[in-house]
Design a protein around this ligand. Structure first.
Ligand code: HEC
Ligand code: HEC
Length: 242
């Protein structure tokens, strides 16, 4: 029927005009002057659901806080995820195609942030377990050759420049998972991998105790990592120049 054909033709014409108009608008949007501002905050939107807007952490009991950790440490982790040496599929996928300069900038951005700690799950353990955790992190266990965590992570566990992370603001589940990853060889750092040695000296009960104690600590008044060379370090670490 001719009338139907006319209607079909008209509809096609409207459709193609609409498509052209849409393409034109899209093209106009793609002009550099119309693009959303390319700030570091905009680039890090993809990271915010898991790490918080400025890396402060979230109420999730696993995702780690990034804010305030030394830039060298954060950069080393981004490279490890990028190269697949440290595995967590969403992170490996997000970082796969990012260039090195970009990894540096993201690390520097998070290292400079000083946000407060968001509300988090509190580990439910006995006073004895917390006391055991405190004793290991501050004094180690000399009889079994376990070095004090504070010897490298700092007296208030804020880390040391340029590549030792702070341990405050992390959840117990994350801390014990990382110690487990070193014990089982799924997380490695530059040789000599001091954390592999340290984690290998800890029992399951030690891991539970240190993870519970560290995760119960507030962010100290001065959250900055201590300057490079401040701590004597009981073992050499490949990631930390000395
Ligand atoms: C789906 C959630 C998710 C997203 C999105 C995400 N991360 Fe992560 N990120 C994690 C988890 C979980 C870990 C810890 C993985 C592990 O080792 O078990 C992690 C670890 C890290 C670490 C190492 C932290 C440390 O203390 O060792 C850095 C740095 C990091 N992420 C940066 C980023 C950046 C930058 C982005 C955005 C480009 C991003 N993440 C996006 C969940 C996420
Ligand atoms: C000899 C120095 C040294 C000692 C002692 C030490 N650490 Fe570490 N630790 C490091 C270094 C270096 C790293 C970073 C390794 C890397 O680049 O992945 C690290 C990383 C970690 C991480 C990963 C943090 C994160 O954000 O993913 C945890 C957890 C940790 N250490 C816990 C401990 C505990 C608990 C103790 C005490 C039982 C301890 N460390 C003792 C040097 C040390």
């Amino acid at each position: 029927m001719p009338l139907q054909r006319i209607i079909t033709r008209a509809a096609r014409l409207v459709l193609s005009v609409t498509v052209l108009a849409a393409l034109f608008v899209a093209g106009a949007r793609a002009q550099p002057t119309e693009r959303a501002p390319d700030t570091m905050e905009a680039r890090l939107l993809a990271c915010a659901p898991c790490h918080g807007k400025v890396g402060e952490g979230t109420s999730n009991d696993y995702f780690p806080r990034l804010a305030g950790k030394p830039a060298g440490y954060l950069y080393n982790q981004l490279v490890a995820f990028h190269e697949g040496r440290r595995r967590y599929p969403p992170m490996n996928y997000l970082l796969e195609f990012l260039p090195d300069t970009y990894l540096h900038k993201m690390a520097e951005y998070y290292a400079e942030q000083r946000p407060p700690l968001p509300p988090r799950p509190i580990p439910i353990v006995s006073k004895e377990v917390l006391a055991r955790g405190q004793s290991i992190v501050t004094h180690g266990d000399p009889q079994r050759g376990v070095p004090a965590c504070a010897g490298c992570h700092g007296p208030s566990f804020t880390g040391m420049e340029p590549a030792i992370p702070g341990l405050v603001g992390l959840n117990a589940r994350y801390i014990s998972a990382q110690l487990g990853a070193w014990r089982y060889g799924t997380r490695t750092a530059a040789a000599p991998d001091c954390m592999q040695i340290v984690a290998g000296l800890l029992t399951e009960a030690d891991v539970t105790a240190v993870a519970a104690y560290l995760s119960s600590l507030p962010i100290p008044a001065d959250p900055a990592p201590v300057p490079q060379g401040t701590l004597a370090m009981p073992l050499a670490c490949g990631s930390e120049p000395h």
